[in-house]
Design a protein around this ligand. Structure first.
Ligand code: PMP
Length: 437
């Protein structure tokens, strides 16, 4: 239904038997192909594209105006408050969370950061390497253990300064109950960061009013997972987060005055965006937001949920498959991870590509503690694999749908996975020593 919205949809690939087939991209949690509208916006903007905030010329003034107004569009998209919040444009979610971690260093001094076992490494390492960090556990089905969250907040008695949680898991797609988490965290004096990388492209998101008990204090997301190209992410945070001190990166654009022994920092948010800003990245991001809003986040949710339900119903009937969640589609975005008994996850991913032209992801998806927990490997045991290369860590195969995937592609996938499942020995033999080309 939404196929013609994205570029590269009619790409064909050659299979191992020489047949030419339609390429099926089921790896949208990693990166989505850009919308045609996004590419067109870049082409349209190119003639007037100019360095911003530094020129008086027509093009520079127009570019600056566009860039500044883009912040309002992002705020509107996530339900931020113009008077209270700022939008900082950075490279991606990872950079946004690293900035936040750096800029909260005074606020979180002597405090504890509560992350979860479900986090992507990008919402884990920026906290564990700088702060005293504790982790909320997950239950056997892969859900966040809300009792553990509350117990830990109680146990640390006002010491938790921040709860850092993903909006949706990039492994199981599980959508965390972020408003319940916010309510509980605020009751214990903690603020909440939502890593929105996997949630924002798939669900309507709202930070909620600043005085609401469910208010989300900080959110970060990446353009390349929502049909814009690589290179642009946004961090939305209260302006006063950046009032004191200065950015982890300093230089052009971050200052009002400089002498060899003095500096006056620019206002927020400019002081946080060192170097010439990525105007074209912001043009692309705002166009992807405009397109998503035009389609309607509710329509996107409904379509992706139907697709996921259809897929899961079929997948559950395939022999020898282990699926790593039992969530209802209202509790998950369109991500499904699994393994096949008798095949290594790298072999299975490789076979899907070679035999069906189907792109999936495999491995730990930058969420090693969560993947290992789902595989039943303890934190201690996981250390046995410390020196394995990435392909040989215990892992899974992941399917993630974009809004342009369709039922026909799912049928083709199911046909192939069924064939593999019925002939595991044959495929295992054939691909055991697969060359990773
Ligand atoms: N958090 C989650 C949940 C993710 O899925 C990802 C990307 N896989 C990231 C953070 C990091 O995003 P980026 O690579 O765009 O910084």
């Amino acid at each position: 239904m939404f196929k013609n919205l994205v570029s590269g949809e009619n790409y064909d690939v050659t299979l191992s038997n020489g047949n030419l087939v339609h390429y099926i991209n089921f790896d949208n949690a990693a990166t989505t192909p850009p919308f045609h509208s996004v590419i067109n916006s870049l082409v349209d903007f190119a003639p007037i594209y100019s360095s911003i905030h530094r020129g008086t010329g027509f093009k520079s003034t127009l570019s600056s105006k566009f860039y500044d107004e883009a912040r309002e569009q992002v705020l509107d998209f996530v339900g931020g408050d113009r008077d209270f919040h700022t939008v900082i444009f950075l490279k991606n979610t990872t950079e946004c969370i690293n900035k936040l971690s750096y800029r909260l260093k005074n606020t979180l001094k002597d405090k504890i950061v509560l992350a979860t076992y479900m986090e992507h490494h990008s919402n884990m390492l920026p906290w564990t390497l700088k702060y005293n960090t504790s982790f909320v556990g997950i239950d056997d089905n892969g859900r966040l253990d809300m009792n553990d969250l509350e117990n830990k907040l109680k146990r640390y008695r006002g010491k938790v300064g921040l709860v850092a949680v993903s909006g949706a898991s990039n492994v199981t797609g599980y959508i965390n109950p972020i408003y319940d988490i916010a309510r509980i965290a605020h009751k214990h004096g903690a603020k909440v960061l939502v890593d929105g990388a996997q949630l924002i492209p798939h669900r309507k998101f709202d930070m909620k009013p600043v005085d609401s008990p469910e208010h989300i204090n900080y959110v970060a997301f990446s353009g390349h997972k929502m049909y814009a190209p690589f290179g642009t992410g946004a961090l939305i945070a209260p302006k006063d987060t950046f009032k004191d001190g200065y950015s982890e990166l300093v230089g052009g654009g971050t200052v009002k005055f400089v002498s060899t022994d003095d500096v006056i920092w620019a206002d927020v948010p400019e002081k946080e965006e060192a170097g010439t800003p990525n105007l074209m990245g912001v043009v692309a991001l705002t166009e992807s937001i405009r397109t998503l809003k035009c389609i309607g986040m509710e329509r996107i949710e409904a379509y992706e949920r139907n697709l996921t339900a259809y897929f899961l119903d079929l997948l559950k009937n395939i022999p020898n498959l282990i699926i790593y969640d039992d969530f209802q589609t209202e509790n998950k975005v369109s991500i499904i991870s699994f393994n096949m008994n008798g095949l290594h996850h790298t072999e299975l991913a490789y076979i899907l590509n070679k035999e069906g032209g189907i792109a999936v992801r495999n491995g730990c998806f930058c969420a090693q503690p969560y993947v290992q927990r789902l595989l039943g490997i303890s934190n201690e045991d996981s250390k046995r694999y410390r020196h394995n290369d990435r392909c040989n860590l215990p892992g899974m195969v992941r399917i993630s749908f974009g809004l342009y995937n369709d039922y026909n592609e799912i049928d083709l996938f199911i046909f192939l996975i069924n064939k593999i499942s019925e002939n595991i020995g044959y495929y295992a033999n054939m691909y055991r020593n697969f060359p990773l080309d």
